[in-house]
Design a protein around this ligand. Structure first.
Ligand code: N01
Length: 556
């Protein structure tokens, strides 16, 4: 029997299809949301603009794409059977394997029957008199739903840079976040990669092995830590599975970033030079994002941060043979970790290859793209193919491109014009029954995304159950709670070094986008406790009402 009274049979929707919940997106968030809601007996429809499930892993197929969180941890924890039966082949799984995992989950839990692929939700409007949403999809249909859940992803709106002449380029143009499905072979070609963020840092070593010549156009160097990726043996997987209960508990409750790791017991300046260097060496040898967990104050204290940044800069100088190239690759305008740390395989060493040239565009950017060349620093670099690794309109971009209208016809895009405003990253005041999974104002991109996704999905499902049990139809963040949360998110961000970087966390990569620190830095454990506490207090900060009075008013 359903845990919740389904509303999908109402007369109101006699003519249009009608659902309890419309979910936008069939990435890891949308799939788990569907699974949970179906378990409650609700009628759910998921719309996915891509040709398959998998979200970011469906689109980001560039050479070298793989996860920067270890796969035994970057995986669902909601099903014991699933985590027992799926064998990750490598420490950091490649994109194709993660996409296969998403497909496996879709099939294993029979999700596909409720997912409509190749269909975007273009508009969603809240009908105040009925207390329900109307969503219009790219196939021209309008459906009704009591709730809408935006599972649109934080990094799913690939951004083309505004560079003069881009449309005149005669060769092939690729964006790492929107890579073709057929194999791309750069053999014998002169290739330009624009950008040096995570996507570029993963793809450059692979493209360099194929291309006749690779030009890397760098505006801002980034800190990158070696992945030390390797095959996982059956014994390693089993050993990990034995500690899964503790790994998952720790990731949810104690870790700031949702990753099981040894937590530091001291600050960087508590150790002398030799001990500190030894600790950094140990972290470098281990590899990956947890380098930043060498000490507990690296993202809080500039002097502490400098010690880690200096260590990585020295590593770059050690690896890269040409001193001038090494100097250009050493980041010097932001604290380490204040932009997402990159995790690489052979990135810095790639610049020792004779077929790779680093082009510094820090001062003037790319001046122009010509039909057969990129012009920078007054020089033309002749190329056959152009790879834009220029990132995303992060966190808000995929939401803003849907025409979402809440109370009084107000658009969410308009409301967020000066920066996203949410309560807990879950809801925005004035938009009843519209949930966001890992929205701005939640730990989201600062965490292991799957841990944060599962937490939000469970919280949203529990909230719906709570409402159903009490005959409540509408839930909405109050303005006061939202204002308090936005202020708290900002306050916490400014206690750290994060806001010092021009990062996509701040919206700084999009010209004209407001500079607001978007994710919540408090950590996933702390954040989970806040969300649980809010729920335990009867959804403190959320207004909940029964819709019947509205309908009565509409009928009279
Ligand atoms: O994008 P980015 P990304 N002219 O925004 C440059 C996740 N991710 O796709 O820094 C010249 O980081 C821009 O320069 P600058 C991960 O969270 C995860 O690489 O603005 N250059 C920058 O170098 C990551 O953080 C994985 O000066 C221009 C680059 O393009 C996030 O996605 C793998 C330019 C953009 O870097 C985004 O990473 C990949 C212009 N006009 C990504 N415009 C995993 O491993 C932009 N740039 C899970």
């Amino acid at each position: 029997m359903s845990a919740l009274p389904s509303t999908s049979g109402k007369d109101h929707f006699a003519e249009a299809a009608c659902y309890d919940v419309v979910v936008v997106g069939a990435g890891f968030a949308g799939m788990y949301m569907l699974h949970r809601l179906r378990g409650l007996g609700l009628k759910v429809r998921v719309y996915e603009q891509g040709g398959d499930v998998g979200g970011t892993w469906y689109w980001n197929r560039y050479p070298g794409a793989r996860c920067d969180v270890e796969s035994m941890q970057y995986s669902y924890s909601f099903s014991e059977e699933l985590q027992r039966e799926w064998d990750w082949s490598e420490r950091y799984a490649p994109q194709a394997e993660i996409l296969n995992y998403a497909r496996h989950v879709a099939e294993r839990f029979d999700l596909r029957k409720d997912i409509q692929l190749n269909t975007s939700v273009d508009c969603a409007g809240f009908d105040e008199s009925a207390g329900e949403w109307q969503a219009t999809t790219s196939d021209g249909k309008t459906v009704g739903a009591k709730f809408v859940v935006l599972a649109t992803g934080c990094l799913s709106n690939a951004r083309l840079p505004d560079i003069r002449g881009l449309s005149d380029f005669a060769g092939k143009v690729y964006h790492t976040g929107h890579w073709p499905h057929e194999a791309v072979d750069f053999t014998g070609q002169r290739v330009a990669v624009v950008g040096t963020g995570s996507s570029a840092i993963q793809s450059i070593p692979v493209i360099a092995r194929q291309a006749r010549h690779l030009y890397v156009f760098q505006r801002t160097p980034n800190f990158s830590i070696p992945a030390h990726n390797a095959a996982l043996t059956a014994e390693e997987r089993e050993a990990f599975r034995r500690i899964y209960p503790e790994v998952r508990r720790f990731a949810r409750e104690e870790a700031r970033n949702g990753i099981y790791a040894e937590l530091p017991d001291r600050g960087a300046l508590d150790d002398g030079d030799n001990a500190r260097r030894a600790r950094y060496e140990q972290r470098w040898a281990r590899g990956g994002l947890t380098f930043m967990l060498a000490y507990n104050n690296l993202i809080l204290d500039q002097a502490a941060n400098d010690t880690a940044a200096d260590f990585v800069r020295a590593k770059i100088a050690e690896i890269v043979k040409d001193p001038q190239t090494a100097k250009l690759l050493q980041p010097d305008n932001h604290p380490i970790g204040s932009k997402r740390i990159c995790v690489d395989t052979d990135y810095y060493a790639t610049f020792n290859r004779s077929n790779v040239t680093l082009v510094d565009i820090r001062t003037n950017g790319i001046e122009e793209i010509l039909p057969n060349a990129l012009r920078a620093g007054g020089k033309d670099y002749e190329i056959d193919a152009l790879v834009l690794a220029t990132g995303f309109d992060a966190m808000t971009g995929s939401v803003a491109r849907i025409d979402i209208r809440g109370r009084g016809g107000r658009t969410l895009k308009g409301k967020w014009a000066e920066g996203p405003k949410t309560y807990l990253g879950l809801m925005s005041a004035g938009f009843p029954n519209l949930f966001i999974v890992t929205g701005p104002g939640s730990p989201s991109v600062l965490s292991n995304m799957i841990v944060s996704i599962e937490q939000h999905v469970d919280w949203i499902a529990d909230c719906m159950v709570w409402m159903g049990q009490r005959g409540l139809d509408l839930v909405e963040a109050t303005k006061g709670a939202e204002e308090g949360w936005v202020a708290h998110v900002n306050e916490v961000a400014h206690m750290t070094l994060y806001p010092q970087a021009n990062s996509w966390y701040m919206g700084a990569n999009i010209p004209g986008k407001p500079r607001i620190f978007m994710p919540y830095i408090g950590g996933v454990g702390v954040y989970r406790r806040i969300c649980d506490d809010v729920a335990a207090k009867g959804y403190d900060g959320f207004a909940m009402t029964a819709a019947e009075p509205l309908r009565e008013a509409a009928r009279s």
